[in-house]
Ligand binder design. Sequence first.
Ligand code: ASP
Length: 299
Amino acid sequence: MNTKRIVSADWSLAVHGGAGSSPATWSAEKRESRKLAMEVALDIGRRVLSGGGTALDAVESAVAALESDGNFHAGRGATLTTAGHVELDASIMDGATAGCGGVAAITVVTNPIHVARRVMHSTPHVLIVGSGADAFARQQAFPMATAADFLSLAKPSEQPSATELKFGTVGCVARDSSGNLAAATSTSGTTGKLAGRVGDSPLIGAGTFADNRYGAVSATGIGEEFIRRCVAYDLIAQVRYANRTLGDAAKEMFDNRLPSEAGGIIGVDASGEIVIVRNTPGMSWGAADAGGRFETGFE
Ligand code: ASP
């Protein structure tokens, strides 16, 4: 077996808040609030990892913080379907065990990443959708959201149009100090999506993938393009079978195979190296590691 696992005591972590328009088009206030939200999520993940916690716990808690923030098209900041509803998608994967869970078109919670993790741990399934996901969340006693919890429903006039900022998915990848990798992604989908449409974010292999030996990936962008190419898994497969670095694999994907302005990914490889690649004008990201790195950016 071709194993590339390098065991070291170092942890590393990256988060994203979606890829899309250039941050130059945003107001200073919006930049500042997004930056702060990324820093808060990064800090939450950093505390988990520096305290010896698992990559899985780090990615779940960082994504939950971004879902709860309201600045992103996920969780409280969800955009609406053309039918005027919130439908959320999320997934999580443990690179140590290939354990994974997801929910799609869930409507009753603001933190679908927690429900995705419960699918992983408490059911024999990988993905639960629609009314089944709602019923599962209710049965598992997750707090039920009301319309007032979603900013777009509470303040409809602030719902962005389909031509404005299109992306705002959130995600996180991490390597813990035991060498375990994990990835998580959460979204309300593309702006102006049809009711019932599901993108790449809840799909293991398209929007999320993790394998301790090769890397962990969380994607953002036009989900249909990522589903067609199984992007998250394809990048890991390139590392595994083509002997590429995760960074080279991602560059090849965004330069040659995805349409221009399709989106971006964050990734971490088995050694803990963080990769951030996009082919959109902007992408919100943050990165931290045991060596003291703690930074965010929009490009
Ligand atoms: N990839 C997400 C989807 O297609 C959208 C995004 O990343 O903004 O649902």
